[in-house]
Ligand binder design. Structure first.
Ligand code: HEM
Ligand code: HEM
Length: 367
């Protein structure tokens, strides 16, 4: 992972700042609350001295973090957010930044107004920000406490957002702020959620091939041409948000021997060279009409990002759970090099190919 951010993920330095500050704030809250509860004595002074030193450290880190943010690209918010979600995310992040400065500054002003200079881990003393003032001290104690509550509320909202992104919207927002990859995260989340998942688990599904169909249609010389694939495998895991489709490219049937020969040949599918086509989606979102699976399609050796719409419903048939996944999408054949040489012309063979899927699935044994 690079030190700098990219448009896709936070770089290691941004992640380091984020998680170090998270850890320090947790310690800071514990020290602050312990500090105010202890009776006046050596222990209280020691706890508050540590609280002040860590608070100043957070102030320094927040400044460096903001500077680094200005020097780097930031990964944009996922495109599927609605305007109010976008606003909430931006507002929460801005509020967190404001609080990362306001908390330490009010603490520092509070100490200065009380006439207690602040030292950083007894290594050096910081200048007083304001002259001694009882009224200002009182105001700052109250402000610091109010800001601490505001911080707790904002962090709670922020964590709720991270959880929603990961489990409901199923996007990369949390992953791209985490230093480790998908396997570690999956294990971590799996361990955390195993007891809950055991009750609510929706199973993973595999294809009931005989009852399913995968067809395509395109226009040729103004007339509709269609065919189907006879051999394909599907696995669908609604809970993990994964859909995987593998198509045997030599298994298509146009209903005509000569046409089969042309479509399977070098200029079209080139099934000898590219025997399989694969669609893998790792993000599934709810839409007004059903769902949308976003992932990559590899066809004739070309991989492109696509989103396919589908509807999903489950039923119990003869005591067995069955899932129905259906929909259709339009692909442009030339995006994948289907149609070489003279066939690149779309005068007689249209570029748009409508792919229809009506899949019947059943819970897979391996889950
Ligand atoms: C991000 C940084 C900080 C956080 C999250 C934080 C949080 C807290 C919390 C939760 C409390 C206990 C509740 C309250 O009275 O507010 C507290 C108290 C206190 N904080 Fe901070 N603080 C931070 C930075 C600082 C700094 C930099 C200083 C001083 C240089 C400071 C000085 C104090 C003092 C003196 C108290 C005790 C107030 C009293 O006696 O009522 N804090 N802080
Ligand atoms: C004291 C606690 C926390 C603070 C102060 C904090 C602060 C922030 C800030 C200011 C950002 C915006 C980054 C930017 O735009 O430069 C951010 C992003 C983020 N935080 Fe936190 N955070 C805290 C805790 C957490 C926790 C506990 C989680 C995970 C459950 C989390 C997950 C994230 C994620 C995933 C992002 C990236 C959002 C995106 O990519 O758009 N944060 N955090």
């Amino acid at each position: 992972m690079s030190i700098r951010n990219t448009r896709e993920r936070w770089g290691s330095l941004s992640q380091f700042f984020h998680w170090l500050i998270v850890a320090l704030i947790a310690i800071q809250a514990a020290l602050g609350l312990t500090g105010i509860m202890l009776p006046l004595g050596v222990q209280k002074l020691a706890v508050l001295a540590r609280h002040k030193s860590i608070g100043i450290t957070i102030l320094g880190l927040a400044a460096l973090r903001l500077l680094w943010r200005c020097l780097n690209p930031t990964p944009p918010l996922p495109s599927n957010l609605r305007p109010h979600e976008r606003f909430l995310a931006r507002f929460t992040h801005a509020a967190l930044y404001v609080l990362l400065f306001a908390m330490p500054l009010t603490g520092w002003i509070m100490s200065s107004a009380r006439g207690f200079p602040v030292s950083w881990f007894s290594l050096f003393q910081l200048p007083d920000l304001v002259p001694k003032s009882e009224t200002l001290y009182d105001a700052m104690v109250r402000t610091h406490a109010a800001l601490a509550i505001a911080l707790a509320v904002t962090v709670a909202l922020h964590i709720a957002g991270a959880i929603k992104h990961h489990f409901v919207l199923k996007d990369d927002t949390l992953r791209r702020m985490l230093p480790f990859g998908r396997p570690t995260l999956t294990v971590l989340v799996g361990v955390m959620l195993a007891p809950a998942a055991a009750h609510s688990a929706e199973p993973a599904y595999a294809l009931l091939a005989a009852q399913s169909s995968l067809t395509y249609a395109f226009s040729q010389a103004g007339a509709r041409n269609q065919g189907r694939f006879k051999s394909f495998a599907v696995s669908f895991d609604p809970r993990a948000g994964r859909l995987d489709v593998m198509i045997d490219m030599s298994s298509f049937d146009t209903g005509d021997q000569q046409r089969n020969g042309i479509l399977g040949g070098k200029d079209f599918f080139d099934a000898a060279q590219y025997p399989q086509s694969r669609f893998t989606a790792s993000r599934i979102e709810k839409t007004a009409a059903g769902y949308a699976a976003t992932g990559s399609l590899t066809l004739r050796g070309v991989t492109r990002g696509i989103t396919i719409p589908f509807t999903w419903r489950t039923a119990t048939v003869q005591g067995r759970p069955v899932g129905y996944l259906s929909g259709q999408t339009t692909l442009r054949r030339l995006d994948f090099g289907v149609g070489q040489g003279q066939w690149q012309s779309t005068d007689w063979v249209g570029n748009d190919v409508t792919v229809r899927y009506a899949l019947v699935l059943t819970p897979s044994e391996s889950k």
